[in-house]
Design a protein around this ligand. Structure first.
Ligand code: FES
Length: 92
């Protein structure tokens, strides 16, 4: 059994049918790549969810613990937000 780790930050990306049609799957792949590039897996974990029950606003993603909800986003906006908040994160 692997070690149970708690990441500093998590982005939940909806890859349900409505969000996927509007870029959710691509965002998921690109945020995964971003998190690898950024560094340690414990800094940013990327989790896909089936549906936030907010399909009307698809695509939707959520960043915790910042409680940032992005709706009807363009991928570049999400990556920009991540870049900004990850830079503000103090390194121990
Ligand atoms: S499919 Fe993404 S919020 Fe429902």
């Amino acid at each position: 059994m692997g070690k149970f780790t708690i990441p500093e930050r998590v982005i939940y990306v909806c890859t349900g049918s409505k969000c996927s049609k509007r870029g959710g799957k691509e965002l998921y792949k690109n945020v995964k790549a971003f998190s690898k590039y950024y560094g340690d897996k414990n800094d940013l974990e990327v989790i896909q969810v089936d549906c936030f029950d907010r399909c009307k606003y698809a695509p939707v993603c959520n960043i915790q613990p910042d409680n940032i909800w992005l709706k009807e986003y363009h991928e570049k906006e999400v990556l920009k937000v991540l870049q900004i908040i990850m830079q503000d994160q103090p390194k121990v």
